[in-house]
Design a protein around this ligand. Sequence first.
Ligand code: NAD
Length: 358
Amino acid sequence: MAEFHIAVVAGDGIGPEVTEQAIAVLNKIGDLFHHTFHFNKVLAGGCAIDEVGKCLPAETLEQCKKADSVLLGAVGGPKWDTVVGVQRPEKALLGLREGLGLYANLRPAIIHKALSDACPLKPEITGDGIDILIVRELTGGIYFGEKGYREGKYGQEAFDIEAYSEMEIRRIAKNAFDVAMQRNKKVTSVDKANVLESSRFWRKIVTEVAQQYPEVELNHMYVDNAAMQLVRNPKQFDVIVTSNIFGDILSDEASMITGSIGLLPSASLGQTGAGMYEPIHGSAPDIAGKDIANPIAAILSTAMMLKYSFKLDKEADAIEKAVTSVLESGYRTTDIMSEGMNVVGTKQMGKLICDAIQ
Ligand code: NAD
């Protein structure tokens, strides 16, 4: 029996619709496994601009810092597209990541057997499903390195510098090995060590960290090969750990092989164990308010929260199994609908998953 305080940033568009279902699922887990989840709803994104004139009010950040974890829906939408600079709704995400010190982004790419027809890969490649977790470094590397213009050999040139410190590599590697211990105990570290000095350093430090995890198998892979292997033989991967830029590209590639944006959760973690959990999709303004959004990505985000922040593996498994069983029973929201299946709305899908939790 435990108590957890969760800050809920429902946000805009379909954000509130999908987080409502995620909260219902957590409440069901609370009832069944005797935990208490306290939800503190806070404002961020477009709705916060409307209400208090700021995309990330100081009070919101304060409440999120105090919480054991943050559940986020999505922010943004056409209504705020003309807002300029620091007050764009999406800036709230950056402010939250920075304010909460979240440097590790975890994005699973999972293909459920029941949905294998949505996957663009051949069935003999996907087999009985795929389950990869990409751990991307989020606050360092070339996106945050020195950048600018200078006079070069051929006149003016622009540059961006990729730099990683030992501390940055060590902490993200530790995250990857920790989550691998909760999964199939295999880590693939992706770099470009045949060309880049920063990658050679990355490889050295990751190899050192691996020594603290004798149960976890580590292999190294060049990023060009990794991009190819993800479509050639994705089943070989369990956890992939990589830099900011490589992770940005590979996580999009991996999510595309699963076929639907409405199914994929994500987690951003920092040093404290608290994290921010959110679906990878946006606020989907085209379908907002129609009760047709797929709540599964938001619901699976709560499973990640239980597993990675609260160490409640059994409870997380119960959510994942309930999602699988509802999909196997033939229920679909419109985004994943196929012939012969039963179409259900956001609320109904949430209810079916709650009812299936054991
Ligand atoms: P989007 O992910 O919102 O939508 C892309 C397409 O996928 C749309 O057709 C949408 O209907 C569909 N879709 C998305 N989620 C779905 C779900 N759960 N169920 C069924 N269909 C779903 O991306 P976009 O259209 O590029 O962005 C819309 C707004 O969201 C923009 O303002 C963007 O800046 C913002 N955004 C926010 C986040 C975030 O909060 N993390 C992420 C991406 C985009």
